[in-house]
Structure formats: structure tokens, C-alpha cells
Design a protein around this ligand. Structure first.
Ligand code: ZN
Length: 83
């Protein structure tokens, strides 16, 4: 799995609806990719805070926003990496 694929699978991962097979690759990639690990950690914290404050459901809008935000950060962090 590439960083880009991990980001693409992120929504399902957060939903807990990730394919078991994909989940394996996801975990494997995370173990070997520090930047992705940091991103996931950040998201986990964000979601935990969000859950504490309000509801358990992640609204679609937030998903979209998170993805957009991540993509922007990603491109800023790794400008040389092709999508
Ligand atoms: Zn990665």
C-alpha cells in the first residue's frame, strides 16, 4: 500500500468499515511509514476530542474536510511525491 492509498482508505478506516485485507495492508504500511503514523495519530486524537464533545457519529462533512485538510498537508510535507 502506498501513502496515497492509505489516505484513500482513511474514511473507511475511520468508519470501521475497512476490508480486513485492506486493513492488513493499512496496518503494515503504518508500521513502516512514520509520516502516515503521525497523520493517523493526529486524526485519532481529533476524533476522540470530537466524540467527547458531542456525538459518536462522524458527519460526512467532517470526513470531507479532514480528507481535504490531510491532502493539503500531505502535499505541503511531501511536495516531490506523485499522487
Ligand atoms: Zn505512508
Amino acid at each position: 500500500m502506498k501513502c496515497e492509498e492509505l489516505l484513500a482508505a482513511l474514511g473507511d478506516y475511520l468508519d470501521g468499515s475497512l476490508d480486513p485485507e485492506v486493513y492488513e495492508s493499512f496496518r503494515e504500511h503504518l508500521e513502516g511509514c512514520c509520516p502516515c503514523e503521525v497523520v493517523i495519530d493526529n486524526i485519532r486524537q481529533t476524533i476522540t476530542l470530537y466524540k467527547c464533545g458531542q456525538t459518536v457519529e462522524l458527519p460526512c462533512e467532517l470526513h470531507q474536510h479532514l480528507r481535504h485538510l490531510l491532502r493539503e498537508r500531505w502535499e505541503a510535507m511531501f511536495p516531490s511525491q506523485e499522487a
